[in-house]
Design a binder for this molecule. Sequence first.
Ligand SMILES: Cc1cc2nc3c(=O)[nH]c(=O)nc-3n(C[C@H](O)[C@H](O)[C@H](O)COP(=O)(O)OP(=O)(O)OC[C@H]3O[C@@H](n4cnc5c(N)ncnc54)[C@H](O)[C@@H]3O)c2cc1C
Length: 501
Amino acid sequence: MRKSEIVVVGAGIAGLTSAAILSKQGFSVTLIESHTQSGGCAGTFKRKNYIFDVGATQVAGLEKGGIHSRIFDFLDIPYPEATILDPACIVDLNDGSKPIPIWYENSKWLTEQEIQFPGSRKFWQLCTLIHQSNWIFAKNNPVLPISNFWDFSQLLKALVPSNFVTGILLKSTIFDLLRICGLSKNERLIKFLNLQLKLYSQEDVHNTAALYGSTVLQMCQKPHGLWHLKKSMQSLSEALESSLRKTGVNLIFGQKVNSINFDDVNKCWKVSANSRENSFTYLSKDLIYTPPPQSLLKHLKDPLKRKQSYKNRLNNLPAPSGAVVFYSALKKEHIKNISSNHYQFVSNEFGSLFVSISEDGDGRAPKGEVTLIASIFTKTKDWFDLDNQNYLKKKKDFMKKISLELESQFDIDSENWLHKELATPLGFEKWTNRPNGIVGGLGQNPEIFGLFGLSSRTPFEGLWLCGDSIYPGEGTAGVSESALMVSRQILASKGIENFNL
Ligand SMILES: Cc1cc2nc3c(=O)[nH]c(=O)nc-3n(C[C@H](O)[C@H](O)[C@H](O)COP(=O)(O)OP(=O)(O)OC[C@H]3O[C@@H](n4cnc5c(N)ncnc54)[C@H](O)[C@@H]3O)c2cc1C
């Protein structure tokens, strides 16, 4: 049995970040990861001469004052090399109209909004007002949802007067904002917003919480912005790992946690894990769990029997999406009309495709070549219910259809692909251990957003949740916020009340 003050399960961005913060604060930390490398959904894999980003391809929060920068400054580690994305993305509604570049410079984006969506100024102004209020609130590090008096006191400290005004929108959706602005029938704007919101909240205008949607719709512009990492997404995890090494975190790869129990004799959490050859047991007073909360149903069996209502809550969480991702490479000269690293376009077959193209010479492909990654959302059930033969047939069919869509969208000759492969929810389950390959967090609708979401504080003392199903949401920036929040809660539980970055 190995003891440490804190055990963290999962070395994705959430686990790496919380382990790094708490270790830097002087706690002994063990971080257990089932894979042979860190990063989880923001990791990479190598194929032939190429490095592919598994899931995340762009990063928010690297600007001064952004969550990644604040954490990197606190840990005293260098930032990964990155460039701002301008435009962040080009959205093609494929309705014969001009594609929509989402510019970084505010004035340029305002002009583009006027050209693309005449008469929509009021809506964007309203989003900006809500976002500015959200942003001051987020920077004051609120703890949401509220589970005890300390959480409540942190929420009170974070609130600014404008939050009381935006608070009336707690149960509103982005569609409600459109209605207020007289734009509920603006089909082109709604189509655009549906595409973008689906990427960040897994929901459309009718179901995305207004307070969440207003912020994600402003993330591409100054003073925030989205960033393209040089080399690969792995450099974010590598930087965090360098902090773990400095502070002596016990970072363990290749061990899968298979059960979590409370040890009544030692009054601590007992975590059982196994590698290919051996079994291991870890003891800790505090345990941070970063896989999706749905996995607790498998890992926390005995304690959950005593908390039936919590078990029911986990059982009844809305089903998150899965992803199908197409990883490819080709010579840069063989893709025509490229002026952005990211594209999103409407597809009759798949609804929409989100495409990330590497920068020539950024380390992902040999000089003169680029990687092209295209992803779509899918229902995980559609893949897991198939027998092997039908699964392989469906996978082949998707590969062909996605290739054709990309060839038509970017004028690519079918003979010019240098590499092509596809990951389905089965592949994501294998890579990340996420049950049924679910990715991203819970859809950010008013029923589950903020105050109404799943708290990092569980009904079990010392067991904490963190990651993309916990406030404030998904993405590497979102899970870093959730890692900071859980670290503050643990520190407060040990009498360190005023920890902040
Ligand atoms: C296709 C796709 C595209 C995306 N694009 C973007 C993007 O462009 N920008 C962005 O910011 N975000 C993006 N995201 C979302 C982002 O990648 C995730 O929200 C974020 O990386 C999740 O981090 P996490 O640490 O919460 O979870 P994970 O990354 O899932 O990490 C959890 C870790 O726990 C480990 N683990 C699980 N079970 C066990 C166990 N039993 N024992 C031990 N270890 C275990 C896993 O191996 C994994 O390493 C994308 C996601 C996908 C799938």
